[in-house]
Design a binder for this molecule. Sequence first.
Ligand SMILES: NC(=O)c1ccc[n+]([C@@H]2O[C@H](COP(=O)([O-])OP(=O)(O)OC[C@H]3O[C@@H](n4cnc5c(N)ncnc54)[C@H](OP(=O)(O)O)[C@@H]3O)[C@@H](O)[C@H]2O)c1
Length: 216
Amino acid sequence: MKLAFVGGTGPEGLGIAMRMAAAGHEIAIGSRSTERGEEGAQKVREAVPGATTSGGANADVLAEADVVFLTFPYSGQQATLEALVAQLDGKIVCNVVAPLEFQQGVGAVALNVAGNSALQEAIQQLPGSRVVSAFQNMSAEELQHLDHAIEADILVCGRDVEAKQVVIGLANQITGVRGIDAGGPSQSRYVEMLTSLLINLNRKHKTQTSIRLVGL
Ligand SMILES: NC(=O)c1ccc[n+]([C@@H]2O[C@H](COP(=O)([O-])OP(=O)(O)OC[C@H]3O[C@@H](n4cnc5c(N)ncnc54)[C@H](OP(=O)(O)O)[C@@H]3O)[C@@H](O)[C@H]2O)c1
């Protein structure tokens, strides 16, 4: 498949892109700057020799994409999606955004957002797209260590059952990872909020945590 990343130059976008390139997918790294997008694509090629990658401005890497990952901070979500409504029309969009902020002396704090979750706000802004959420609980560091076995569940939320199955299929291509249909858009809030807990656990225990459900 052809996979594009809006805000793909950060650790999370690059991490998912590297794992997906290793699984044989074609990768397009988007950025607010054409140059940084190209540099991001180069980083994926260096991590996964032989990978087919390209990079450029966010709006320019989406045309061919089968699935578009949103991998930028929540603070940029509204403006970024507003600018890309037309380019994202009809596409499967996987929102990786976890709304959070860092507070001194506290650590990561999950934000209460007006639309209940970043996913629901994205769905509202992109009525013509097939928007789901996933990967918010996957540490970028774990993803980028390609020789490191990952043990994790990826919870996929959204209304579009077929789009969720596509993203679950992609998640399952990462060895040790299990993609799970976690329900409708309103469930995404809980998944997004877990990210702050995991970040704080990582700091406290000096490790990289992920989640694994039992009984399922
Ligand atoms: N890092 C992790 O371990 C991790 C784990 C789980 C979930 N997440 C979530 O995944 C998302 C990406 O995480 P990250 O750590 O990779 O983030 P990041 O490094 O802060 O940002 C990723 C990229 O987004 C672009 N960007 C930054 N501010 C922006 C804005 N206001 N508007 C549009 N684009 C902007 C930048 O690319 P350009 O400057 O090149 O445009 C940046 O390189 C976040 O929502 C985060 O909560 C992260």
